[in-house]
Each structure stands twice: as structure tokens, then as C-alpha cells.
Design a protein around this ligand. Structure first.
Ligand code: GUN
Length: 303
């Protein structure tokens, strides 16, 4: 079994990005600028956003963290998004999810200018990704593709089972694994909470991508010997014995599955770090206007 080392790969990607940033700055351009909006005080969201901001510093990006109270109105949040959409000094921005219940996430995502949507959540980016057109690909699926690519894992003709159908991971991941590219060209099965006899599918899989958010869900008896296992889950489980007060669990029973598979991504130290690296890559693409030209923003009403 070989470990899919997100720590090593993300360090490699960050090095590549910092080299590009140095060149950009030497040629007289400004460094890329990522802004992040964090609403409320959710512990996990705060950790993720801090890690994104810290990573920006590591590669030489400018970053701006906008913290908003949990009782902010939807209208105020939309106004903040409008400001970032129209701020030429910001290349891309994210709104950390989940948002408080009184805010309509769909409306918020729709308000982000597609050319600054480095999370790749806007329907314009999801649609373009689906049609295989240049677009931001949401960071977790993009990070998984990068992981498969950098470990030279053959995907063509393989059976890939994706567990979970979320807009952020399961849905885009399943589309990306079947598309005509490398990595890609898989036969894909999407399993979810309503799938009968889920193990029937996972036992047939050459590649399993577990993204359902249930700690240690995928057990060794559900995995074919030699399969590639990618663990997207990251759940905090209370643990009074730890300084942080919690322990992180993936969706895979790592100790037992790792004895059976060919490759496996650990939690922590796997996909999570790749997600941050991919966000940095998307921000670089935004700064270089790789997919869209700047100031193409349109009013949400135009959709
Ligand atoms: N919440 C969980 N994952 C993500 C992510 O990739 N981006 C944002 N904005 N929120 C998230």
C-alpha cells in the first residue's frame, strides 16, 4: 500500500506557485490577491479559512479575510459580495460554507462574479466544467485529480465509485472522472444515502472516492483488494483526551482498509491539503485571466 501524501504534494504545488508569483512580481505585475468571507464562529470553518489565508502568505499572495457576524443579514452579505466583485485589486474570493440558516446559500453563490469564483461553485463554472469548457473547478475535486495525476494512477477504463452526491464534491467528482481526459475516462457509479446494498458497488470498484461525511463508513469488507481509496471525509469527533478537544476522522476505516488497497489518502494529511493547494491554483488562474477576462461581471438579473 502506498500513501497518497497530500502534505508532500501540496508543498510541491505551493513551491511551483511561489516561483510563478516571484516571476510575476519581477515582471512588474502585482501578486495575486484572494479574499475570503467568513460568517460566524464555526470552529471548523475558522480553521479552514485560517489555513487558506496562511497558505496565501506562504506563496506570496495578498489575502484579505473579511469576518462577518453570524446574524448579518443576507442583504448585507450580498452588498459585501458586490464590493468584492467590483474591486479590481481582488482577483478571486470565496464565501466559506456552510452559511447560517437564515441566509440562502444558492442566492449568495449566484451573486459571486463567475470570473472571481475561485471555488468554482457558481452555476456558470459548474456548467462550463460539465461541458468540459475552461472554468474554475471546485477545489476538492481538482485536488483529487491532481493527486491521481501526480501519483501516475491509471484511471482510463477503470470503474470509479463515488460515494456522495454533494454539489461541492460528489457531483463534480463523478463528472470529472468520466470525462475524456487524463485523469478521467472512468466508468463512474455514484452511490448515496439511498443506494441499496452499497457494498455491492464498492466491491467492484477500482477507485473509490468516499465523500459522504460519515466517520469510518468504508470498511475493509467493502473494498476490493488492490483498489485505490480516496478519503474526502473530515469529521471532528469529541475527544476530551486531546488538547484540541476533538479528533479528526475520515470516511474510511484507515487502519483496516490500508491493509487491503494499493493507494490510500490519509485524514488528516490527504485531500484537505490538496483542496487548499487547488484554491491557490485557481487564484493564480484568476490573476492571469486564464478562463475569463476581468470585469465581465453581469447582474444576477441577467441570468
Ligand atoms: N466548505 C467546505 N468546503 C468548502 C470549500 O471548498 N469552499 C468553501 N467556500 N466552503 C467550503
Amino acid at each position: 500500500m502506498q500513501l497518497l501524501d497530500g502534505k508532500k504534494l501540496s508543498a510541491e504545488i505551493k513551491n511551483e506557485i511561489s516561483e510563478e508569483v516571484k516571476k510575476m512580481v519581477l515582471s512588474g505585475k502585482r501578486a495575486p490577491h484572494l479574499a475570503a468571507i467568513l460568517v460566524g464562529n464555526d470552529g471548523a470553518s475558522q480553521t479552514y479559512v485560517s489555513s487558506k489565508v496562511k497558505s496565501c502568505e506562504e506563496v506570496g499572495y495578498k489575502s484579505t479575510l473579511i469576518r462577518l457576524e453570524k446574524d448579518i443579514t443576507e442583504h448585507e452579505l450580498l452588498a459585501q459580495i458586490n464590493t468584492l466583485n467590483n474591486d479590481d485589486s481582488v482577483d478571486g474570493f470565496i464565501v466559506q460554507l456552510p452559511l447560517p440558516k437564515h441566509i440562502d446559500e444558492e442566492k449568495i453563490i449566484l451573486a459571486i462574479a463567475p470570473e472571481k469564483d475561485v471555488d468554482g461553485f457558481h452555476p456558470m463554472n459548474v456548467g462550463r466544467m460539465t461541458l468540459n469548457l475552461p472554468s474554475y473547478i471546485s477545489a476538492t475535486p481538482k485536488g483529487i485529480l491532481e493527486m491521481l495525476n501526480r501519483y501516475h494512477i491509471e484511471t482510463e477504463g477503470k470503474h470509479c465509485v463515488v460515494i456522495g452526491r454533494s454539489n461541492i464534491v460528489g457531483l463534480p467528482m463523478s463528472l470529472l472522472m468520466q470525462r475524456r481526459s487524463k485523469p478521467g475516462n472512468c466508468t463512474v457509479t455514484i452511490c448515496h444515502s439511498k443506494t441499496n446494498d452499497l457494498a455491492k458497488y464498492t466491491l467492484e470498484a477500482d477507485i473509490i472516492i468516499a465523500a459522504l461525511g460519515k466517520p469510518q463508513f468504508l470498511t475493509a469488507d467493502m473494498v476490493k483488494p488492490g483498489a485505490v481509496v480516496i478519503d474526502v471525509g473530515i469529521t471532528r469527533v469529541e475527544d476530551a483526551g486531546r488538547k484540541s478537544g476533538y479528533r479528526l476522522f475520515g470516511d474510511v476505516d484507515f487502519d483496516n482498509v490500508s491493509k487491503k488497497c494499493s493507494y490510500i489518502s490519509p485524514v488528516p494529511g490527504g485531500v484537505g491539503l490538496m483542496t487548499v493547494a487547488s484554491l491557490l491554483q485557481n487564484t493564480l488562474s484568476a490573476a492571469k485571466e486564464e478562463f475569463y477576462s476581468k470585469n465581465m461581471s453581469f447582474d444576477v438579473g441577467d441570468l
